[in-house]
Write a protein that binds this ligand. Structure first.
Ligand SMILES: N[C@@H](CCC(=O)N[C@@H](CS)C(=O)NCC(=O)O)C(=O)O
Length: 218
């Protein structure tokens, strides 16, 4: 049985959603983002940097959501892969890794607005800068989804789950009204049955408790 170690609202949602899109059978182990369990010996034996996702599969544990996406697509049948030789291979890979360009700004903003819980720890300058940089990377998505419904011209693929999670979370820091094509893209993603099924298993929201995080006055 495939087993996903997951924190609600975290990047492990990419894997949860992708496995729903692929119609795989799996179990979810819910972990708390704010407790010390990601630092426990038991969890570090699965994921050495103490991060989610970690996926128990095929007699081993895999971490890194991008690697997990690629491995699942390589080893299980679906229409969501663009293997070597496919005309969209290079674009597929680019988007898969671009998801973490989005992810680095999300991580910085999450740290500034949420993890650093006292005002004196936070920097409105960094919050503003990171929100602006996040908006700039979302402009790349805006241009792609102005041309076609999903990231690749041929239609929905696994990279939409990796980037899609980024957009889903980014709307808490960047108002999507300034990116109308990204906004409609997200609406299309959220209407997918597999997205809804994944949301139903995401768990109690723990990280993001506000719809939008404003930058406080400096
Ligand atoms: N590049 C990694 C990032 C994984 C990651 O940092 N996950 C966060 C949740 S979004 C985490 O587990 N954070 C716990 C921590 O930093 O202690 C991936 O995409 O899997």
């Amino acid at each position: 049985m495939i087993r996903l170690h997951h924190c609600a609202q975290a990047r492990s949602f990419r894997t949860l959603w992708l496995m729903k899109e692929m119609g795989l059978e799996f179990e979810v182990v819910h972990r708390s983002f704010f407790s010390n369990e990601l630092r426990s010996e038991e969890f570090l034996a699965l994921s050495p940097a103490g991060r989610v996702p970690a996926l128990e599969i095929d007699g081993r544990v895999l971490f890194e959501s991008g690697a997990i996406t690629e491995y699942l697509c390589e080893t299980r049948p679906s229409t969501l892969y663009r293997p070597p030789g496919d005309a969209e291979r290079a674009d597929w890979l680019e988007w898969l890794h671009f998801a973490e360009t989005i992810g680095q700004h999300l991580a910085a903003l999450t740290q500034q607005h949420i993890v650093l819980y006292e005002d004196h720890m936070r920097s409105p300058v960094i919050m503003k800068l990171e929100a602006r940089r996040l908006e700039k990377v979302l402009e790349v998505v805006e241009r792609a989804v102005a041309q076609h419904e999903y990231l690749l011209p041929s239609g929905f693929s696994a990279v939409d789950t990796n980037v899609g999670y980024g957009v889903l979370t980014a709307r808490r820091f960047v108002p999507l009204e300034v990116l109308p094509n990204v906004k409609s893209y997200l609406e299309r993603l959220m209407a997918r049955p597999a997205f809804k099924a994944a949301m139903a298993e995401d768990g109690e929201p723990e990280i993001y408790t506000r719809t939008f995080y404003e930058v406080p006055d400096a």
